[in-house]
Design a protein around this ligand. Sequence first.
Ligand code: ATP
Ligand code: MG
Length: 662
Amino acid sequence: MSFEVSSLNPAQAEAVNALDGPVLILAGAGTGKTRTVTCRIAHMVERGIAPENILAVTFTNKAANEMRERVSDMVSKAAGKEITVCTFHSLCVRILRTGIDRLGYKQNFSIYTGNDQTGLIKQIIVRKGGADEKIEPGMVLSMISKAKNAGGDADSIDDPFVADIAKAYQNELRAQNAVDFDDLLLLAERLLREYDDVREICRGRWTRITVDEFQDTNGLQMRLLQQLVGKPYHVCVVGDDDQSIYGWRGAEVENILQFEKFFPNPKVIRLENNYRSSDSIIHTANSLIVHNVGRREKKLRAVKPGGENIRVISMPGDEEEAEFIAHEITDLHRVEKIPLEHVAILFRTNSQCRHLELALRAEQIPYRMIGAQSFYDKREVRDILAYLQVLANPDADVPLLRIMNAPPRGIGQAAAVLLTDISRERSGSVWEAMGVPSDSFSTKARNAIQSFTQMMLIYRERMTTCQEDMGVVMLELLEETGYIEWIKRNSKNEAEADMRRDSIDTIVQDLKDASKKGHTLQKYLDLSALARDREEDSDIEKQRGVTLITLHASKGLEYPVVYLVGLEEGTLPHKRSIEEGTRDEERRLLYVGITRAQDRCTLSWCPVRTKWGQKVASEPSSFLMELDDKYIEQTDYDDIMGAEVSEEEAADFFADLKSMFD
Ligand code: ATP
Ligand code: MG
């Protein structure tokens, strides 16, 4: 056998051997669910099931890649290639690429994401409501998405204006032969449901279907699965209701509880041994999750006895939190020789990662970021830095082209092209071309260009003479141009708007600090450019180092050493969850976080955290009080920092001393 049955426990082996009919594996974190279904797939191949008949669906691309690799290690190379392992969305693309013409689209349809969608919806809003219409495109898109996921069409949206936009949006997508992410699922499900021949082809192709992380599938994905799986239902789903963390996307834990209704008489397998984490970690995680009401009682016991205590550390502030962790990781790596890849820092929201990134950089610890955008990759950060660059050096064309119509001020695409042409003709910069607009411009465009350049010149003067606080001046500029309002309107939802506002305030605060230090604008720009200078590597999986990851993205993964930061009321549980009554989901999120840890787990919180560029007081997370204290070690930053220096540091110190005398 290509995998060791002896390496499985009896319940796991039972699942691996149960190849026919519906199977439901319902088990807690780290009990080997993913490992079991991976072995189960290898077993299918061994038993002569054709690899091309096997389909495994996971939730993220990362999880799919991992499973594909694990399966490939257990079967022949040729078989590995034939097995389909993918996400729901990519599965739908496959299905639609062959049959979408039935639904009136062409086979070469495009998939619209974020910006394309917003661009389209904005055009429609202007067309329907006029240029003064203030409705937020992001809100409209999320209402459309909600309706689609609930299986309804535009008519199911209550607000008649939004319903009208939704209808136009859908027609427009179709006219442009494009689909959005929701359409992928929706159309694939419809195609399978309405066209018997297509459904039969798919059912013939994939006769053995596995779904990992089933607790996070939503109603639409469930309906898709029902279409895909025909009698005698050779389907195996794996999940843990305690780890359902995508409620906001319409995931339905109900699916897992009702699996039996759709696929009758499933073999239900429960796994109770956790192989991932030490007993102290499991004990603590269990003590947290029991606080969720209405959950299915489940046993989860650690195979690894004992283990280190869980540390709960109170930090003076988020900067110190980040520095402390970075410092400790350096020690772990140097003294204990723990590979950096064994360490992960888990956080709840994007705004938390900036200090962590800065601290890791300061200690020269390589890291990779998963699930969150790097601060400097964010659109608003790039916009503001572009403004600053233009103020510092108006002849820089790229940043100028980026911001000259952001927010829209009547210098649109056509004007930009014309200006670029003129600058080429005259062998000058775009800025220079703006100074002497040619007759080819309409009066309106010429006026727009003129008032823009005049405004920028005034701010340039103010920013570069070092008389005023740069942060204050920049904020004025952003307000005068309407940038702040604009970026808010361009946000998908309130959370994104908050995040954007956060990064704007962060830069403003940075500029204030720079002014206090007596830095010039140029110096500020130089420093931030250097901070951005990272190895160009688009393939995040291949990057080495510490993992910085959102709690949501950490699902299914494991690390020997885990730091979980920001255990504060308002952060975890998140502010909105308190308002919206979704605390249980936040508790599951923390449960997911703790159960990622294999050997060491450190939770930290700060009484002051920087939010919106300002220090905000916060309380420790109420979840901390729920943890059983048997294996908890409460410490305080000063205690640790005041403790004696590590051997390594002492050695370094003496080495330095010695070299002075050599
Ligand atoms: P999650 O709920 O986080 O997705 P999971 O249930 O999918 O977790 P796996 O990731 O499959 O769990 O396994 C967790 C760890 O336990 C892995 O390192 C795996 O190799 C190990 N493991 C699983 N089963 C066994 C076993 N029978 N013997 C030894 N180790 C095992
Ligand atoms: Mg798993």
